[in-house]
Design a protein around this ligand. Sequence first.
Ligand code: C2E
Ligand code: MG
Ligand code: MG
Length: 284
Amino acid sequence: EAKQKGRNNYKFFTKALNEAVAKRLEIEALLRLAIQNEQFFLVFQPKVRLKDGVVVGVEALVRWQHPESGILLPEQFMGVAEDSNMAIDIGRIVLNMVCQQLKQWGQEDKADVKISINISSLQLMHNGLVEDLKNATARYGVKTSNIEIELDERALLDNERGCIDLLSQFKFLGVESSLDNFGAGTLSLDYIRKFPIKQVKFDKKYADTLNDNVEEKAILNSLLELAKALSYDVVIEGVETQAQLFSILQMPCDYAQGYYFSEPVSAEDLKFNYVIPSMRGNHL
Ligand code: C2E
Ligand code: MG
Ligand code: MG
């Protein structure tokens, strides 16, 4: 009987696996078409400077306008894109859209706003990224220094030496780098000092802990102090509530991002100035 059951499980597993493979192949085929037809667009989330509420930059986040399924999020397709090398093509499309946007802002009064782009480990290691960046900025006549890149731990660790070289080349072009989602993985601030990184983006998990107890706050506060001491610019991501913001305002932190200020929105819907609420009269 156990054998019978095992066989059934096996059958079930095979069926699920076949379905998963079919689904993957389907996504892959659709992605290929999406790249040909440029079915991607960008939304932007402001990075707000806490001392005065000025939006110093925005993060570009890619979306796929799927003909039947509607708007898809990166987590629904970037995995497949990575496995099939299409992430390189998507990265190029994103870069071009970013430059197009910078060109438009340059013609308005927003020439100082920077756009930061997320770069995956695969994209980073494809040799041609620096060329792509030079080409795209030249094509649209925009300054490389208006572009920033965000890398996660994996991108740093997959090829340390190559990564350091590449980030140095970027830096030479005026493109600053950030470590994305710091705290979600295992790297310490001490360890990342060997990479030419300007900014550390503290993972949403830290903003979330601000709802909890004093010890979590103490940990965040001392990590921020260390980051400051090591001369990093610091962003806290995923700030959703005013209570979280008030906690952060008492800590050594330069910038914040999150739904409290704005979800990722189209370029037209972006706001470039926020009023930072005064903490006076708020007893926390
Ligand atoms: P990420 O770079 O860490 O981006 C932050 C994610 O958190 C975004 O999800 C954003 O919409 C979401 N978020 C921002 N503020 C809040 C908040 O207050 N609360 C909550 N719950 N979420 C918030 P999104 O747009 O789905 O992107 C997910 C990830 O996909 C990004 O994480 C990034 O790693 C990757 N990604 C996005 N665009 C690109 C791209 O153009 N290229 C590459 N290679 N990866 C991208
Ligand atoms: Mg990011
Ligand atoms: Mg992030």
